[in-house]
Ligand binder design. Sequence first.
Ligand code: Q9C
Ligand code: ZN
Length: 359
Amino acid sequence: MSFPAIPMVFSRQHIHHAPLVEFMHGALLPYQESPVRAENLLAHLTASGIVKAQELTGPLVERALLTRVHDPALLDYLHGTSEQTAETLARDFASYHRSDLAAQSAYVYPLAFPASAHPMHPNWRGTHGFYAFDQTAPIGKGTWAAVLHSATIAHRAAQQVADGTTHYAYALCRPPGHHAGRDFIGGYCYLNNAAIAAETLLALGRIAILDVDYHHGNGTQAIFWDRADVFFASIHADPSADYPYYSGFADELGGGSAAGTTANAPLPLAVLAVDYFAALDGLIAQIMTYDPAALVVSLGFDTYKDDPIGSFTLDTLDYVAMGARVAAMRLPTVIIQEGGYRADMLGPLAEAFLRGLQN
Ligand code: Q9C
Ligand code: ZN
């Protein structure tokens, strides 16, 4: 039996966002969330014939939709900082009397984080540390365009599922989004692409998000924490052992009238595939009980056995099984690309997932 090719929305604008380094315990490491990730996904999936590639054209996602997910002040901060990158670097290196270094970086990183939840000085609202919860979401001059295109990819994929053009759509988003919240960035994420897709799908009825990235989707969870119209389920490495450390525990269930519409399955770093799938099946059962009109999958391949920053041991065929489980939910589905850092394997792993979806 043959299936129609899955629409894959992509853009080349992401290449203008390419930080070189990230910082860990005093060491500089290559920035894991690199353009080659999306390039490999695009090349491999296009060649595989499993997708129908749609290069993004036309208008970018409207601010009115973005502000359903994000604080306008965050949008303005991202846009403004992107435009002011050179001036910010010049000013901050000058403050260290090291203007000679300004040419060595093209990305602004947070310099200070508010130690209190209620910063006393209003100027903090204008600093990177006010919005960032870590140092892995630097802003360069191409960042705003890249994140707007990434969000638009998610929106466009969701529109096609919402209007019934397709049962499945794959959004080749880069940068990823699930660590970005209403007014915070971090974990390589700036705008929450999955949340934007969910907002787009709400025209169909209530929506579920299944986040299978290795890391807890803290941003998505926060955005929908007290909303009963979106169910958020995440399976990820135990946050007491791995990033993002402060959320993703099993007792986080949603707030207020939305209690019970968040579900977390934290797993040990050495989890076996059989236990991984038992936990995934548990989340899927909860989603089916919620009875959503459509599904968003936050798909990360950092659960792969050879991922450079993950510790799970899933193999290629496990992604076929994962896709098959999503297919069995029989829901109109938008797949949002999140993490996964073994760049040369991303294409084969995405193909495996999409093949499972079509089984
Ligand atoms: N330098 C996604 O997979 N690790 N983001 C920071 C301290 C950040 C992962 C460790 C990992 C972010 C979308
Ligand atoms: Zn991840």
